[in-house]
Design a protein around this ligand. Structure first.
Ligand SMILES: Cc1ncc(COP(=O)(O)O)c(C=O)c1O
Length: 398
């Protein structure tokens, strides 16, 4: 397999092979280049490398052969020219946004985003002179349009969103962005490229918390930005080099191994999640369930068009009060209570008291996160065992 295979290979072939030349490395598993520096073959070579006139490895903060393998693989499956790996999903989002704006400029974003992203936009960005405009009715393209002004540098959407499962209309947002000569940035963490390739829908820049499905088994904090060669090269040469949000080669190696099984894992995640969502929807102790795979989801039809599967994230609201939701969480036996998603194990979180605790109750309610909401990330266990555990936990609600 050549290092940069023809783009006509199928998705799974890219996930397994792209970026790794087995004959060159003499290994069938990608090697970990655990080195911060690389020998320059001559003074002239070094001078050209530092002027970015030739490709090569300069210094571990900017580049690394194992990181490059992961970046090439990710770019192939996200249908972009290049990618840049970062130490976390938050640093990927930070780097992409930073690189698109100058002080005093801004962007238009859905307000239905991960709590940490919300805090980056509302706490950190204003300190840097960046001005986010939050769209409150994110399914109304007109409202997005009204937020655009001459300082707007990009549109930002997380789709599906964590934890409220909002599905953004990516083709419509891309059209709007392009009419204003702006790029559309998509956080594709929850779908993963196995279920959604935003570039095929018109998006320009993709960000990921690779910590989730790309790695797949909760083994590393990591992120990635994917986009055009011009955008990624420029970011690597400037902001990435200046700030240093690099990924460890060991984590890139974990991601390379994780990606090999991405499609298989995603289809089992989707199958288990659909069964759990249907079980919850018919349960007498459950007020409501939000899962894009259910007909009751407000954007089910859009999700059906845009996604190859509905992923494993869902939220449900229990009957009763705050203490009832807490009792359910505490009663889980097999299901693990923790603030993570996108891994082999089934996880549950109580957003009001964990991931979204940073927000005020009013802010949470505005985002559709009541105190009795439980967020689930359905894993790959036997579905009967998961449903049995859920059933006995819901029985704690009187
Ligand atoms: C949709 C989404 N984007 C970004 C992040 C941030 O990722 P990380 O924890 O890898 O920094 C998360 C974390 O949960 C997330 O759910």
């Amino acid at each position: 397999m050549p290092k940069k295979p023809d783009k006509e290979y199928g998705f799974d072939t890219h996930c397994i092979h792209t970026g790794h030349d087995v004959l060159e490395t003499k290994t069938i598993t990608p090697p970990i280049y655990q080195s911060v520096a690389y020998p320059y073959e001559s003074a002239e070579y070094a001078a050209k490398l530092f002027r970015y006139e030739i490709e090569g490895f300069m210094y571990g903060r900017m580049d690394n052969p194992t990181n490059q393998m992961f970046e090439e693989r990710l770019a192939a499956v996200e249908l972009t020219e290049k990618a840049l790996a970062t130490g976390s999903g938050m640093s990927a989002i930070f780097m992409a946004c930073l690189h698109l704006m100058e002080k005093g400029e801004g962007f238009v974003t859905s307000n239905k985003i991960y709590g940490g992203t919300n805090k980056l936009f509302t706490e950190t960005f204003p300190k840097m002179g960046f001005e986010p405009f939050f769209v409150t009715d994110s399914s109304d393209i007109e409202v997005w349009s009204e937020g655009i002004n001459n300082k707007t540098k990009f549109l930002y959407v997380e789709s599906p969103s964590n934890p409220n499962l909002f599905v953004g209309d990516i083709p419509a947002l891309a059209k709007l962005a392009h009419e204003h000569d702006l790029p559309l940035v998509v956080d594709n963490t929850v779908a993963s490229p196995a279920l959604q390739q935003p570039v095929a829908l018109g998006a320009d820049i993709i960000v990921h918390s690779a910590t989730k499905y790309l790695s797949g088994n909760a083994s590393c904090i990591s992120g990635v930005v994917a986009g055009s060669a011009e955008f990624i090269d420029n970011m690597r040469e400037k902001d990435y080099r200046n700030i240093g949000p690099s990924i460890s080669p060991f984590n890139s190696w974990l991601l390379l191994l994780g990606m090999e099984t991405l499609s298989l894992r995603m289809s089992k995640h989707c199958e288990n999640a659909q069964a759990m969502a249907e079980f919850l929807e018919n349960h007498s102790k459950v007020e409501s369930v939000l899962y894009p795979g259910l007909k009751s989801h407000p954007q089910h039809e859009l999700a059906k068009k845009q996604l190859k599967g509905y992923s494993a994230l869902m939220s449900f609201v229990t009957k009763g009060e705050l203490t009832d939701a807490k009792n359910v969480i505490d009663a889980f036996d097999l299901i693990i209570h923790t603030g993570h998603l996108g891994t082999t194990k089934t996880l549950a979180t109580h957003p009001a008291f964990t991931t979204h605790q940073q927000l005020t109750q009013d802010e949470r309610i505005a985002l559709g996160i009541p105190d009795t909401m439980i967020r689930m990330s359905i894993g790959l266990e036997n579905i009967d065992d998961l449903i049995e555990d859920m059933d006995q936990a819901l029985a704690k609600i009187k």
